[in-house]
Design a protein around this ligand. Structure first.
Ligand SMILES: [Zn+2]
Length: 382
């Protein structure tokens, strides 16, 4: 037998690998082995007809949270991820140098979703944030511990996370960025900064950025975002930074991080994020407005982003951020057989942003089948 599993007659959408069109996907030994028209079903142990559906690389969510407040999505991470076609995700700084080992233990023992993590600059990570931000006190900033934690977890930790927003930092100046920069340089990794509603203009923040560093929540609608205080035109410094390799990630999140009016304006001016992620937490997954990756993708489709542009930003681009390009986020032969089979269903759906706006879209993406390492990991019951 040439294939353990064969997905037949689906529309392959993998712009990162320049694979597009009606093709079959052959899988053997947990890897993709062939993507072409008319593969021989007699050579397959198991076949799936995915006619009328889109066949994507397993989705890569580069900003989500397994362990806010110590657990949160925790052991439910797989349940949320596999149902939504996400096979790889990244915990974006739930834990810092003092509690990163607990995240690592959780992932090693109870999470099958492929996972990476950013280490929070704050030694306590995101814990008790409803009471006080993790960097409300300068003493919690631990650049040395953060760099050491990354060095001790090279196969798992990929960078430094700073949350810079209301009630999160000890000083609303560029001081926290200097400390995050120091930690990232010591670790030799990128830094990701959550930036929302700040008194510091984006060009000031970008002075601390190097290519490969990440601005997350780039579609927030507060002051001093990618359009500056007036919120009319994309700042030239933002366009310049993106051209030079700074990554703009539009992590959705629950409150104040993802604004429909701002998205509309940004897209009118041709500003697309480099990666699309959910900032998923247990609350975001169960109460919304995030729910999951297909719902977040549907929102960008509604505003006119093409399916290929959305898929590139949820597969190849985030895989590159996580250091996994060519391994996941692609259907190229040789890659892990992580696959998501989605339907773009024409039906009205109410979508909400994280600022209280809602709209009715005409269609939405629905995940039907998830493969992880060549095995069926989720099949939608219907
Ligand atoms: Zn987050």
């Amino acid at each position: 037998m040439k294939y353990d599993l064969l997905l037949q007659h689906g529309e392959v959408v993998d712009p990162g690998s320049k694979l597009r069109g009606l093709m079959d996907v052959g899988i053997l030994g947990g890897k993709i082995v062939e993507v072409a028209k008319g593969l021989d079903a007699a050579q397959a142990r198991k076949t799936f007809s995915v006619k009328g559906r889109y066949v994507l690389p397993g989705l890569v969510d580069c900003h989500a949270h397994i362990a806010v407040n110590g657990h949160n999505m925790g052991i439910d991470t797989d349940r949320f991820c596999r149902a939504s076609g996400v096979t790889t995700m990244c915990d974006a700084g739930s834990c810092g140098s003092s509690n990163f080992a607990s995240l690592r233990y959780l992932v090693d023992t109870a999470v099958r979703t492929r996972a990476k993590a950013f280490v929070n600059l704050s030694t306590i990570g995101i814990t008790g944030a409803r009471v006080c931000g993790e960097l409300s006190f300068e003493r919690y900033a631990d650049p040395e511990g953060c760099a050491r934690t990354i060095a001790e977890n090279q196969d798992f930790a990929i960078g430094v996370k700073l949350r810079f927003g209301p009630n999160l930092v000890w000083d609303y100046s560029d001081a926290p960025f200097k400390v995050a920069r120091k930690a990232a340089d010591m670790a030799g990794t990128p830094m990701m900064a959550h930036i929302t509603q700040t008194p510091l203009p984006m060009p000031e923040i970008l002075k601390h950025y190097k290519p490969g560093d990440i601005i997350t929540h780039c579609y927030h609608g507060g002051t001093n975002g990618i359009m500056g205080p007036e919120r009319q035109l994309i700042l030239k410094e933002v366009v310049e930074a993106q051209r030079h390799g700074v990554i703009f990630d539009c992590a959705h999140g629950r409150s104040g991080h993802f604004s429909f009016p701002l998205i509309e304006k940004a897209l009118d001016q041709g500003f697309l994020p480099d990666t699309i992620s959910t900032d998923l937490t247990f609350e975001g997954a169960t109460l919304g407005p995030v729910f999951d990756m297909p719902t977040t993708m549907s929102k960008l489709l509604h505003f006119g982003v093409s399916l290929d542009d959305v898929v590139l930003r949820t597969t190849r681009n985030p895989a590159r951020m996580l250091g996994l390009e060519g391994v996941v986020g692609t259907l190229k032969p040789g890659a892990a057989a992580d696959v998501a089979v989605l339907e773009l269903r024409d039906e009205p759906v109410e979508l909400r942003d994280s600022d209280g706006h809602s709209l009715t879209a005409k269609r939405r993406l629905i995940n039907h089948l998830t493969l992880r390492g060549g095995r069926v990991w989720y099949e939608r019951p219907n």
